[in-house]
Design a protein around this ligand. Structure first.
Ligand SMILES: C[C@](O)(CO)[C@H](O)COP(=O)(O)OP(=O)(O)OC[C@H]1O[C@@H](n2ccc(N)nc2=O)[C@H](O)[C@@H]1O
Ligand SMILES: Nc1ncnc2c1ncn2[C@@H]1O[C@H](COP(=O)(O)OP(=O)(O)OP(=O)(O)O)[C@@H](O)[C@H]1O
Length: 279
């Protein structure tokens, strides 16, 4: 019987995203605190003579099922052919790593199926700068162009609301529109995340440097942020990655769910998902 491995590809959230420089090849140097949510895409992977892919799920529309899909490319990088069933729940080109997280989940599943290790970081970068961090889990500090990963020991769970206003934002466009490429990194020391008030003040003092250029390209992002910030119990609202998805961290599940309901009433066509940040 052909063995099937199921894999979960969680939404990636950049709690902070500092752009600290630019390399000669144009790639930007980053300093980012990356976490994952408990919502995401689902995959079922089995070895097969040739690689093939089916894409289903509520957000499958527009996602390629040919060799341009990162899941396909991940199998090629791993060096094993497989049939992959991908169920899309995350919006694409949305700053929450949809394609990168799918690629990482494929690599983990193939490692499980074959007993071989996931290829080294240098090979993963060619799939996407976000793939190395998505191969990991928990709270991670990501730097370089995405190849330097330092896991944090003390991440916490946190109620989060994710909102995408239905516009896709191409990552290269946002990086290209960034005015200042040399911005300060995060401090060396992280707070005790279990002290919520310290955690919130620390995060509030950090940034997503791509927020301004993304808003310039897609002004509706500012509307998402102000909708989140106007909700009772929202401790911090910021854009993730290169956008357009924004996250709101909430003081309780009740305030998060009430915010979701209120924003859904005003913006019926936005993608609005209640979730937890995983520790
Ligand atoms: C913005 C982030 O989502 C933050 O986590 C990632 O850095 C982007 O990761 P990704 O979508 O996997 O990015 P890639 O597919 O590797 O790159 C897309 C494009 O974004 C730009 N890019 C990406 C990463 C980086 N460190 N510097 C860049 O300038 C480049 O123009 C590149 O051609
Ligand atoms: N498995 C996949 N899921 C979604 N999109 C994919 C996938 N594979 C390839 N793509 C293509 O990649 C493009 C970028 O999608 P993705 O979800 O990776 O967004 P992103 O915003 O670049 O993520 P990130 O947060 O890593 O910047 C899409 O427009 C789509 O055509």
């Amino acid at each position: 019987m052909v063995r099937t491995v199921e894999a979960f590809a969680p939404a990636k959230i950049n709690l902070t995203l500092h752009v600290t420089g630019q390399r000669a090849d144009g790639y930007h140097l980053l300093d980012s605190l990356v976490v994952f949510a408990d919502i995401g895409d689902r995959l079922a992977v089995q070895r097969a003579p040739d690689t093939s892919l089916t894409v289903t799920g509520p957000l499958a529309e527009g996602v390629p099922s040919d060799e341009s899909n990162l899941v396909h490319k991940a199998a090629k990088t791993f060096g094993v052919s497989a049939h992959i069933a991908l169920e899309k729940h995350l919006p694409a080109a949305a700053g929450i790593g949809g394609g990168s997280s799918d690629a990482a989940a494929t690599l983990r599943a193939l490692a499980d199926l074959t007993g071989k290790p996931v290829p080294p970081v240098a090979d993963l970068l060619s799939l996407g700068a976000d793939v190395p961090v998505c191969v990991g889990h928990g709270w991670q500090r990501m730097s370089g162009i995405g190849e330097e990963i330092a896991p944090l020991a003390n991440g916490v769970r946190w109620p989060v609301l994710l909102i995408n206003p239905g516009v896709d934002v191409p990552t290269p466009t946002v990086f290209a529109a960034l005015q200042s490429k040399n911005n300060p990194p995060m401090p060396d020391e992280f707070p005790d995340w279990s002290d919520r008030s310290d955690a919130v003040s620390w995060l509030a003092a950090q940034r997503n440097d791509l927020e301004a250029p993304a808003i310039a390209a897609r002004p509706v992002i500012a509307e998402v942020l102000s909708a989140l910030r106007g909700c009772l119990g929202c401790e911090l609202a910021r854009m993730s990655g290169s956008g357009a998805t924004c996250f709101g961290l909430f003081e309780s599940v009740e305030s998060r769910d009430a915010a979701a309901e209120a924003i859904r009433t005003d913006y019926a066509d936005w993608w609005i998902e209640t979730s937890w940040i995983l520790s």
